[in-house]
Design a protein around this ligand. Structure first.
Ligand code: FES
Length: 166
């Protein structure tokens, strides 16, 4: 697919999303949420399309897109892992899980794999301390994580995991 075609397709998709909200500029945040859901991040071209279809200055759209931590202006992986490193999760073993994920995915927190399969982040307390350590896998909270449970999750997501048990 040529780049022009893919930009056109992106603009059409954005237009569809905006129409779903009646082209109401009061819905910038949910519109951006839907755009991110569609593309896994907020591509510059999509933000331009939101700006022109809603007739809102691009600077304002960027302001919103950078204000909320949930939005990403850089490509994100198909699978997103967020490990809680708040105090309760930390003392229950989050650092071990973190270094294992780093090793298996060869990814530092805050990074996305070059094949865009995985993004990995660490986050602060998610409010479910009793279930810690918590790993959020594609939006789903998984509690009482251990290194071996994490490896099972990664295998399920298609990652080859080398462990001492292999
Ligand atoms: S510290 Fe992890 S959920 Fe609270």
């Amino acid at each position: 697919m040529s780049e022009v075609n893919s930009v056109e397709k992106m603009e059409l998709k954005v237009k569809d999303i905006i129409q779903k909200y009646g082209s109401d500029r009061g819905f910038v945040v949910p519109i951006l949420q839907d755009v991110q859901k569609e593309f896994n991040y907020l591509p510059k071209e999509a933000l331009n399309a939101v700006s022109s279809h809603l007739d809102v200055a691009i600077s304002r759209i960027f302001e919103v897109a950078t204000f909320y931590k949930a939005f990403s202006l850089t490509p994100r992986g198909r699978h997103q892992l967020s490990l809680c490193v708040g105090t309760a999760c930390y003392v229950r073993g989050a650092p071990l899980i973190e270094s294992n994920i780093e090793r298996v995915l060869d990814l530092r927190p805050g990074k996305t794999s070059p094949d865009l399969e995985f993004s990995f982040d660490t986050v602060n307390c998610l409010g479910s301390c009793a279930l810690g350590p918590i790993l959020v896998v594609d939006g789903e909270y998984q509690g009482q994580m251990t290194v071996s449970k994490t490896n099972k999750v990664l295998k399920k997501l298609g990652k080859k995991v080398k462990t001492d048990e292999n």
